[in-house]
Structure formats: C-alpha cells, structure tokens
Design a protein around this ligand. Structure first.
Ligand code: HEM
Length: 162
C-alpha cells in the first residue's frame, strides 16, 4: 500500500516542485529541518514532560491537570509544523521514504502516541496506576518516534544494500 502511495505521489507534479524548492532556494533544506527539530523540542518539552510528571519523575510540586492545560497546546501546535516540515522531504522523494521500513515504523508509533496525548488532554486521569501505565507507554512511543526519525537516514546500516 505504501508503495502504491509513493507511486501515486511520484506521478503528480508535486515531487518536481518540492525538489526544485529544496535544490534552488538557498538555505531551504536546513531551514525546514530546523523547523522539524524545534517542533520536536516542543513535543519533548510538553507531552513528554507531562508523561514524566505523571510517572512521578518531574515537577513534584506542580498539579498534573494544570500542567496538561498549560503544556498540551504546545504539542498540538508542534504537530502540524512537524507534518509540514516533514512532508516537504517526503513529497520530494516519495520512494525514499515510503519504501523505508524505519519511516513506516515511525508512523506506526506516532499514531498511538498522538491518540494517547489526546486521552491525556481530554480525560481527567488521576495520578493512579492506569495513568502511570499510559504515561510509560506514551513516553516509550515518543522516544521511539524520535529515534526512528533519526534512523530513517541510516536504514542502510540495518539492511545493507548488496
Ligand atoms: C507529524 C508528521 C511527521 C512527518 C511527516 C515527519 C517526517 C520526517 C522526515 C521526512 C524526516 C527526514 C528523514 C531523513 O531523510 O533523514 C524526519 C526526520 C526526523 N524526524 Fe520527523 N516527521 C514527523 C513527526 C516527527 C515527530 C513527532 C518526531 C519526534 C517526536 C520526529 C522526529 C524526527 C527526527 C529526530 C528526525 C531526524 C532529524 C535530523 O536529524 O535532522 N518527527 N521526519
């Protein structure tokens, strides 16, 4: 299915436009990557900090609900920026990403990570056992997404091309 997606995208004019921008607008690739990295910082400093708080590993004197209310808007603001800044590279070379198993792993982890963030935001979870388990799962998912993001570029070390 991801192969079909890549092929469909490759057949549109979008890869040509994205490749043109990345190759011809001075500073465009590092600026887009910097937006991706700053947005990752916002995710790590918001939803991941909330996970650590619920696990009892950070901000012991801060109320959980108050922390969620103050920090979650950063998570929701960072996600569209991450999607946009990532999409520029995906659209430019669809096969490079859709055929990459680490890229697919990143999105397999990202979907439940976002769903859990929504659960934390929408429900009044007390700092009980269930909340702690969910926070631990959320923490692992976000760390997995970040690691997979970095590993996309190194997939050849895991599965060397003959
Ligand atoms: C929301 C949609 C997202 C899209 C479409 C996306 C897409 C991408 C793409 C295309 C790359 C470049 C990979 C490469 O060629 O090396 C990348 C890099 C990366 N992404 Fe994402 N990403 C998204 C969200 C996230 C999130 C939520 C995180 C972490 C919490 C993340 C962490 C990373 C990291 C660490 C890198 C490597 C950056 C670098 O070293 O320059 N991404 N992403």
């Amino acid at each position: 299915m991801t192969f079909d997606l890549a092929r469909a995208l490759a057949a549109t004019p979008l890869p040509g436009i994205a490749l043109y921008l990345l190759s011809n607008v001075p500073g465009f690739p590092p600026i887009v990557q910097t937006i991706h990295l700053l947005s990752i910082s916002a995710i790590m400093g918001s939803v991941v900090l909330i996970d650590l708080k619920v696990l009892g590993l950070a901000l012991p004197h801060q109320g959980t609900r108050e922390l969620i209310r103050r920090l979650m808007p950063w998570t929701w603001a960072a996600l569209p920026l991450l999607a946009l800044s990532g999409l520029v590279f995906i659209v430019a070379q669809p096969h490079r990403y859709f055929d990459n198993p680490i890229f697919r792993l990143k999105f397999t982890l990202l979907v439940p990570a976002i769903a859990l963030a929504a659960v934390f935001h929408a429900t009044d979870l007390k700092d009980g056992k269930i909340a702690k388990v969910l926070a631990a799962v959320s923490l692992c998912l976000w760390l997995g997404v970040a690691m997979a993001g970095r590993w996309i570029a190194y997939v050849d070390y895991l599965w060397p091309v003959e």
